[in-house]
Write a protein that binds this ligand. Structure first.
Ligand code: HEM
Length: 447
């Protein structure tokens, strides 16, 4: 992982930031200290578009939109991630985790000594996201699903394209076999989403708002329902295209990030059995689980960088000014900030106690940056992790060493293989416990 080593060296040498010239014409300012990141995040404007991801997410969802549209949609979508809305999803997280664990037990019983946790957890996060976004159960953890296969294929096509500079040019890309597959796969994803949105919209129109709401009583309200009901300050709804774009964005942005985040926590706890034991104890508090997750997101941030263009002059704490010019790109290195020894002493060490409420009072809140899905991701990670560590002991597979690989997300080169030993009721390596059958939402309130 030469890139990560290179970022570590830049951070060590320059502390706050450094300027890179990409050829003679494109200045890229790397930022890796909260003091310089803060003014840029607050004042620079919106994320830079990533054109080659754009067709995946029909129209432009939050992740790729700019300016007034971004502000309007961000306001309309924020309530969808309120804790009260997320509460019923906890049941879905429990169910999806139960499915995954049943599968793990079968695989272990049939002789598998270790499993690629990222592959397994990815399917699980897709399963639960599809239920939370569309109320659709594809049973994808058990049987192949065209839609899920399409989402997974899109992620790998986007990464392959990212590595080939010439293919960033749409015209060339669509002439290649990958480009044609990309289009076909996008069609599969869009057809599924458009179909759900259209049918739901028709039902809302047919029944009227009141009767439609009544028909939802006692049922889980999914993201599509929330987006259908969302109104801006002028009382305007989101169009069907906008709803579909946002739903696709949630699916695309929400599954890989959470899956790799969870896999790295399992890996870090496998490296540190002392924390795993404490976590697996029935008296273990949710704050400790939050600490383990946050520390893992610091050490292995799923998204390593975000970019901004300077749409305003930005004054940095040392008095320098970044001039307003949309050609000036600021690359906010989440990885660099999280590994900056000036912020985190001994940054390469996994130590959940950094996030002890006492120790973390003065720390910059940078675990996810500006992610609207943060509460959703944290709630899901807590449920999955708590159930996993109550039911399994997790150990490293020494025969398959982990090598970090920065792609769209921070993966491991050959997967994240771990031994998963099912825990019996009288396991000696853990304090006595009664494994709960489910994690309930009140346990998750502290996020
Ligand atoms: C561990 C899990 C996650 C991580 C580390 C993560 C990280 C991020 C980061 C760093 C951004 C900022 C991009 C930018 O500002 O340029 C972002 C944006 C976004 N994320 Fe996440 N994310 C996670 C989970 C989720 C989930 C579960 C969802 C949805 C269900 C989601 C939906 C989004 C959306 C819609 C945006 C665009 C927000 C905006 O521009 O206002 N994310 N995420």
């Amino acid at each position: 992982p030469w890139l990560l080593v290179c970022v570590d060296e830049l951070v060590r040498r320059y502390g706050h930031s450094c300027l890179w010239w990409f050829g003679p014409w494109l200045p890229i300012l790397w930022l890796f200290h909260p003091e310089v990141v803060k003014p840029v995040l607050l004042e620079s404007g919106w994320p830079q578009r990533q054109e080659f991801v754009l067709p995946v997410i029909s129209g432009d969802g939050l992740l790729l939109s700019n300016g007034a549209k971004w502000v309007r949609h961000r306001r309309m979508l924020t309530p969808a991630f309120h804790f009260d809305i997320l509460k019923p999803y906890v049941k879905i997280f429990n169910q999806s985790t139960d499915f995954m664990h049943a599968k793990w037990r079968r695989l272990v019983a049939s002789g598998s000594t270790s499993l690629d946790t990222f592959e397994q957890v990815s399917l699980m996060t897709l399963d639960s996201l599809q239920k939370c976004v569309f109320s659709y159960n594809s049973n994808c953890q058990e049987t192949p699903s065209d839609y899920i296969a399409a989402i997974l294929e899109l992620s790998s096509l986007v990464v392959r394209r990212q590595h080939r500079l010439l293919l960033h040019w749409d015209f060339l890309y669509h002439l290649t076999a990958d480009g044609r597959r990309f289009r076909r796969t996008c069609d599969t994803v869009h057809r599924f989403t458009a179909d759900v949105v259209q049918r739901r919209h028709q039902a809302l129109d047919r029944l009227g708002r009141e009767a439609w709401l009544k028909s939802k009583q006692g049922k889980t309200v999914d993201f599509i329902d929330i987006l259908l009901l969302a109104k801006d300050e002028d009382g305007q709804d989101l169009s069907e295209e906008d709803i579909a774009a946002e739903a696709d964005t949630f699916m695309f942005e929400g599954h890989d990030t959470t899956a790799i985040g969870l896999s790295w926590v399992l890996y870090n706890l496998a490296c540190h059995p002392e924390y795993q034991k404490r976590y697996g104890c029935s008296n273990c508090s949710m704050p400790f689980s939050t600490m383990c997750i946050k520390e893992s997101l610091r050490l292995h941030p799923p998204v390593m960088a975000v970019s901004r263009r300077c749409t305003e002059d930005i004054k940095l704490p040392d008095g320098h000014v970044l001039p307003k010019d949309t050609r000036n790109i600021c690359l906010i290195s989440i990885y660099g900030t999280h590994h900056n020894p000036a912020v985190w002493p001994e940054p390469q060490v996994y130590n959940p106690h950094r996030f002890d409420p006492e120790n973390s009072k003065n720390q910059p809140p940078l675990a996810f940056m500006n992610c609207i899905g943060q509460n959703f991701a944290m709630a899901e990670m807590k449920v999955v992790l708590a159930l996993t560590l109550l039911r399994f002991a997790v150990h490293l597979d020494e025969s398959r060493p982990v090598r970090r690989k920065p792609e769209l997300i921070l993966r491991s080169e050959n997967g994240l293989w771990l031994h998963l030993d099912p825990l019996g009721p009288s396991c000696e390596s853990r304090p006595p416990h009664r494994a709960p059958r489910a994690i309930h939402s009140p346990l998750l309130r502290e996020i």
